[in-house]
Design a protein around this ligand. Sequence first.
Ligand code: XUL
Length: 527
Amino acid sequence: MKAPPPLFLGLDSSTQSLSAVVIDLDHGRVVYEKSLNFDQSLPQFGTQNGVLPNKNPLVRHGNPLLWVAALDLIFAAMKQDGVALARIVSISGSGQQHGSVYLNNQAAKTLAQLDPRRDLQSQLRGIFSRCTAPIWMDSSTTRECGEIREKLGGLQKMIEATGSDAFERFTGPQIRKFYRTSPSSYAGTRHIALVSSFMASVLSGRLAPIDYGDGAGMNLMDIRRRQWHAQALRATAPGLARLLPDLAPAGTVIGRISPYFASKYGVNPEAFSCVWTGDNPASVVGLGLIQPGQAAISLGTSDTLFGTLQECRTDANGGGHLFGSPAGGYMSLICFKNGSLAREHVRKQFGLKDWATFARQVDRAPIGNHGAILLPWFEPEIVPRVLKAGPRRIDLDENNPPANCRAIFEGQALAMRLHSGWMKITPKTLLATGGGANDRTLLQIMANVFKCKVQRIEVSKSAALGAALQAAYGFLKARGKSPSWPKLVRPFSKPMPNTCFLPNPKAMVIYDQMIQKYAACELAALA
Ligand code: XUL
């Protein structure tokens, strides 16, 4: 009898949940999917949408102990659901980008000696030099961004060196703030991990490297040479080089899975534990964006637009980012903090019970909304940089439900087009993923604004799927094979039937005019 095919596991530790996707590469199919929502599954941590409450709207931290508790829960769930964990030959993952975890001198030893009779949370409690982790939603480091940018020689030099301007949520400015405000805790830090490399460290039982995708989200990596940028490290905090792990391609085999997971959950003890990446880089491969010029929008907690590039092209205006792609080459990305939570804000404001009801309201207002503009900055925004939260309404009646529902969708789509011109991406099809991609009205508006076909892709957990593919790539490479990315992704990146949205020529003309007004309103609001 033929042995059952090997399985590959991808995990995604995102802002609000931990997801798992298991794939069978031989048959080109996903055999298992699961998501654990942090607020619901681990209410004892007191998070709201995965974030620790903080009175200061600029400060947003997560709890690394919650993330490891979720890891225990998801392995227990997989075991309970009958996933053939003994057939898993390789594991990789992705994490919310930019967030940083600060470990002390106990970390390496503790990770290497995990006891399967106890849980992760109680064993790892003592390994942190900072008990919370600033995440990508944090905007509290404007001062540090200015200092680092200046030390590196200004905006253009910063972008040239690291692929991005200094951004509040990026890890370098966050590290600098920690060093400045808590010097003794910084002195007690022996290792700084990203969410991705922290989770990979727990799975591997040893401190894991950072990959080029997530490494580029730190303002610390030389984007061309793919090594730590000595001057950026010096500009950030003293002794930083000693605190960072090596950089490595995503999917590189770190070692075998920690015996903790093998003996506690029955994971194959020979399974490889591979280097993780960021959630957006993982989505690039999860969506099959391997050819230069392919692009996607991800409508989740953050809304992002990203595409695959061969060459190193940066945004001279400083709003966008360039990261390494797990499939080699680069990915361009623009990120808006006001994604699903802003949409939800409007839905709740008008007491609309679900998204279908919301969509009916949108349809009651005409395309272009009689010129009503909503700058959707319910939270401090990343692009453009807005620190004082609060939506700005222009020619928009605050109490009119249809106008406001349409205005948030149109405003988000217009902002995406306005700020992504530098990518010079003109895809035939823009793929759509994330929870917001369930909304047909939103996708139709995206198609009209971007003037191209928008297609929803049959992947609900694109980052976790990308991570599983990364695990497969790393496994095959370590076995001396030469895996091909286009071949690996092909069976998994199928567009969904009946979810193709074609641009409407009349709407295209309306939005071509409206984008001018949107840009002018944005400029005026920023001034
Ligand atoms: C990207 C970014 C967000 C997070 C969300 O730069 O900050 O998309 O990765 O998890």
